[in-house]
Write a protein that binds this ligand. Structure first.
Ligand code: ADP
Ligand code: ZN
Length: 343
C-alpha cells in the first residue's frame, strides 16, 4: 500500500507491507548506492548481490563525522554523481547517517530508506531528522532535517532481528500508544512480544499506526517548535540514563516512561492504575520498569539538558493515555519522583 505524506519540506512515499524489490520499481533507471551495516549485509547477502554498497560497522559508534567522511570518499571512488539515489538499509543508525550524508554530498542528493528494525520502522526512519554524534556523547548534535523520498517496509527483513532489538523497538511503539492512542494501549496490554513476533498482520498494523501518528505530528511541526516535542515522552530521563549506564535506548525509554508516568500522577492526577498498566505492558514486551541508579548522578546530567530553563525543565507528561502535555517541572520535584519510583 502506497501512501504519500506531504511534509513542509516535501512529499515522502510510504510503501507499507511491501518488499525490498520495490526499490527497483522506484529507482528503475537511476544510479543506486546502498548504505548498510555489516550484520545486515551478512544476514541478507542476496539483496546486495552485485550492487554498489557501502558497508559500515554495526552500532552507534558509526554515527560520527569520521564515518561520514569515509562514506563520502567511498561515494567519490564509486563515481556517484548528483543524480545518485542513496538508500539506507538498516536500523536507526543507518537511516540517520544515510540521511545526513545524502543531505550534504554534492550539496544534497536523493535518498530513501528500507528500515530493518522495529525501532526504525515505527520511529527513527520517519520525520526527516538525521545526523551524527560528536565525541560519542553529544548525540545527534550535527545534522539536518531533510525528508527521504521514500520508505519501504519489508517485514521479511525482521526474521533475523535479535530479540533484544524487538523489545528495544517496542519501547517506541508503547510510547506512541501512551501519547496518542488509548485503543493501541489496550491492544498492547492484551498481547505480548511473542504474539507480535508471530502475527505478521498484527505487527504490520501496529507499525503503520505508529508511523501514521509520527507523520501527522511531524507534518504539522517539522522543526519541533510545538507538538513534535511530545515525541520526547520518556526520553528526557532516558537520555541521561542511557548515557550513564550504557543500557539499550529502548530499555532507557521504558524506564523514562515509568518516571514520566509517576510524575504525571503527582502533577496531573494520572491514575496509579494507568502507571501500573504501563508497567505491565512494558514487562509483556520484555522491557525493564526500573533500574538501580544513582539519582544524584542522573539529576546532574538532566540539569545539563538543553531544555533547561533555570531550575525548571520542560517535561512531557500524560493527563491520561492519549492526552500528552508539555509541563515545566522543578528539578526538586523530578528528583523526588525518581528516588521513589526506582526503589
Ligand atoms: P536502531 O536505532 O534501529 O535500534 P541500529 O541501527 O543500531 O538501530 O540497529 C540495532 C542492531 O540491530 C545493530 O547491531 C544492527 O546491525 C542490527 N540489525 C538491524 N536490523 C537487523 C535485522 N533485520 N536483522 C539482524 N540484525 C539487524
Ligand atoms: Zn527513542
Amino acid at each position: 500500500m502506497e501512501q504519500v505524506v506531504l511534509f513542509p519540506s516535501g512529499p515522502v512515499s510510504y510503501y507499507y507491507g511491501s518488499t525490498f524489490n520495490k526499490v527497483w520499481d522506484i529507482c528503475s533507471d537511476k544510479e543506486v548506492i546502498f548504505i548498510t551495516d555489516r550484520n545486515i549485509f551478512d544476514l541478507h547477502p542476496a539483496i546486495f548481490e552485485n550492487k554498489k554498497t557501502v558497508i559500515l560497522e554495526a552500532g552507534e559508534a558509526s554515527k560520527s563525522l569520521a564515518v561520514v567522511a569515509s562514506i563520502i570518499s567511498r561515494l567519490l571512488a564509486m563515481e556517484a554523481t548528483r543524480s545518485v539515489v542513496l538508500i539506507g538499509v538498516g536500523g536507526g543508525v543507518i537511516t540517520d547517517i544515510t540521511g545526513f550524508v545524502a543531505s550534504i554530498y554534492m550539496r544534497g542528493v536523493d535518498f530513501g530508506f528500507v528500515p530493518t528494525t522495529i525501532l526504525a520502522m515505527a520511529d527513527a526512519a520517519i520525520g526527516g531528522k538525521n545526523g551524527v554524534n560528536i565525541d560519542d556523547v553529544f548525540k545527534n548534535i550535527a545534522g539536518t532535517i531533510n525528508q527521504p523520498s521514500f520508505i519501504i517496509y519489508d517485514n521479511q527483513l525482521l526474521t533475523t532481528l535479535p530479540i533484544k532489538e524487538w523489545s528495544n523497538g517496542f519501547a517506541e511503539v508503547i510510547k506512541y500508544a501512551c501519547l496518542f492512542d488509548a485503543e493501541m494501549f489496550d491492544e498492547l496490554s492484551q498481547h505480548d512480544l511473542t504474539y507480535y513476533r508471530h502475527n505478521e498482520s498484527a505487527l504490520k498494523n501496529l507499525i503503520m499506526r505508529c508511523a501514521e501518528w509520527k507523520n501527522k505530528i511531524v507534518a504539522e511541526d517539522e522543526h519541533e517548535h510545538g507538538n513534535r516535542k511530545l515525541l520526547n515522552f520518556g526520553h528526557t530521563a532516558a537520555h541521561a540514563i542511557e548515557n550513564l549506564y550504557k543500557i539499550h535506548h529502548g530499555e532507557a525509554v521504558a524506564i523514562g516512561m515509568v518516571i514520566a508516568a509517576t510524575l504525571s500522577e503527582q502533577v496531573l492526577q494520572l491514575t496509579a492504575t494507568t502507571t501500573l498498566q504501563l508497567k505491565n505492558i512494558l514487562r509483556g514486551y520484555e522491557l525493564p520498569t526500573k533500574l538501580d541508579i544513582n539519582t544524584h548522578e542522573v539529576m546532574n546530567v538532566l540539569k545539563m539538558d538543553k531544555k533547561r530553563k533555570g531550575d525548571h525543565i520542560d517535561y512531557i507528561l500524560l493527563e491520561d493515555i492519549g492526552k500528552a502535555v508539555i509541563q515545566p517541572l522543578a528539578f526538586d520535584e523530578i528528583e523526588n519522583v525518581i528516588t521513589i519510583c526506582m526503589q
